[in-house]
Design a protein around this ligand. Structure first.
Ligand code: G1P
Length: 296
């Protein structure tokens, strides 16, 4: 039986064009847009590390060197902080550098999530691994991925994170059909990527976290383009379901979709409100906006 410690790598696809956030993402990769005080991707890496996974396989487009450099040592910056006696800032920078072991692999063309996962095959190796989509920022204690690793260790099969979404929104997600088998845990009976609203088998949407087994790679190799003309991870998992059970775990916590304008704004407010040094200013700013908007 696998144990959660067997999952040592997290694959983070970060090769999207970020079209929903243009023009902000014209030069800056979307996962480097900042939520309060750190880029979106850092929230994901911190979640993985809290779940006990330190090895990050970053899948980027070939021109992107910025995302990995956020986690790499910065000798000139460290020397400058050291020389000016800014010990706290220096400690913060070093903590970030030591946070995780980041390996970068390239996705030559944006052919979809299934293809991005396949690009990480050699870096992940023949072992179970997690996939974390950085746009889905999750505030949960214990970390969502940690709970999924426990379910993986117990049930010995791939685990997806799911959340009930409004019925009208099912066409934006991978949707599962499932039967409950325990406290917030399901056995998946079918999966479909972005179904038309009337065809969706349920309102349970897959949200940006997966614990997968390496047999998914051979299946992704053979997966044809699906929704949106892309090689979809959901389609690969649907085929995997013919060979082994797949499980799902309901989110306990808050998911913020930082990949679109309104979600990004909500995520910014959510994390600012969590910082005692900012919460009062935030409230005052929001009140003054409300007063201005209502002419009060
Ligand atoms: C991807 C997956 C989809 C999942 C979603 C969660 O879609 O393909 O199954 O529900 O992430 O955020 P995307 O948002 O990249 O279109």
């Amino acid at each position: 039986m696998p144990t959660s410690a067997a999952v040592r790598s997290v694959l983070i696809p970060a090769a999207g064009l970020g079209t929903r956030m243009l023009p902000a993402t014209k030069a800056i990769p979307k996962e480097l847009l900042t939520l309060v005080d750190r880029p979106i991707i850092q929230y994901g890496v911190e979640e993985a590390v809290r779940a006990g996974i330190r090895r990050v396989v970053l899948v980027t487009n070939p021109g992107n060197t910025l995302t990995a450099s956020h986690f790499a040592p910065a000798p000139a910056l460290e020397a400058a902080l050291n020389a000016s006696g800014k010990a706290d800032l220096l400690a913060d920078v070093r903590k970030l550098t030591d946070l995780a072991d980041v390996t970068t692999v390239h996705q030559p063309e944006p052919l979809g999530l299934g293809h991005a996962v396949l690009c990480g095959r050699d870096a992940v190796g023949n072992a179970p691994f997690a996939v974390l989509l950085p746009d889905d920022v999750i505030d949960a204690e214990p970390p969502a991925l940690g709970r999924m690793l426990d379910v993986f260790a117990e049930l010995d099969g791939p685990v997806l994170l799911v959340e009930r979404v409004p019925h009208a929104a099912v066409d934006r997600y991978g949707i599962i059909a499932a039967e409950p088998i325990g406290d917030g845990v399901f056995r998946v009976t079918d999966l479909v990527e972005k179904p038309p609203v009337p065809d969706a088998p349920s309102d349970l949407a897959i949200i940006g976290r997966y614990v997968l087994t390496p047999d998914v790679f051979d299946i992704l190799e053979a997966t044809e383009r699906g929704a949106g003309g892309e090689i979809q991870l959901t389609d690969g998992l649907r085929r995997l379901l013919q060979t082994r059970p797949i499980f799902a775990c309901a989110l306990h916590g808050t998911r913020l979709d930082a990949g679109n304008r309104s979600g990004f704004l909500r995520a910014t407010i959510h994390f600012a409100a969590r910082q005692p040094a900012l919460a009062a200013d935030l409230r005052e700013a929001l009140d003054s906006v409300t007063e201005t908007a209502t002419g009060g």
